[in-house]
Design a protein. Structure first.
Length: 116
């Protein structure tokens, strides 16, 4: 059995990791404090490229991250986020701006396999 932190505490820890590493991070959309899903949008101002990560759970309860959208611009990703928010009003959105494009996620990340 895997115990998960409440979403608000998990989001606070992500933002703290980003800030300690010199990035800027903010909650752009606040969802359900206990169990809301999380989307993490990362913007690299040097490359002028954005990426989006969405959380998922494996069958054993392990959290991992995937890229749910193939968009690379903030406008594309913001449109995707708006569609998700219409379906799931409890979703959180964390935006990270980092000159190295780091996401600061500590769970496994499946890279470059967008679903849309």
């Amino acid at each position: 059995m895997v115990l998960l932190l409440s979403t608000d505490i998990w989001v606070s820890a992500l933002i703290r990791r980003a800030e300690l590493a010199g990035a800027f991070a903010v909650v752009a959309r606040k969802g359900d404090a206990r169990a809301g899903a999380v989307l993490v949008k990362v913007f690299n101002p040097r490359a002028r490229e954005a990426r989006l990560y969405g959380e998922a759970l494996r069958g054993d309860g392990e959290r991992f991250w995937m890229q749910p959208s193939s968009g690379k611009t903030e406008q594309d990703l913001d449109a995707y986020i708006a569609r998700v928010a219409k379906i799931d009003p409890d979703v959180w959105v964390v935006e990270i701006e980092d000159v190295e494009g780091r996401h600061f996620l500590v769970e496994p990340v499946e890279k470059d396999q967008p679903t849309t």
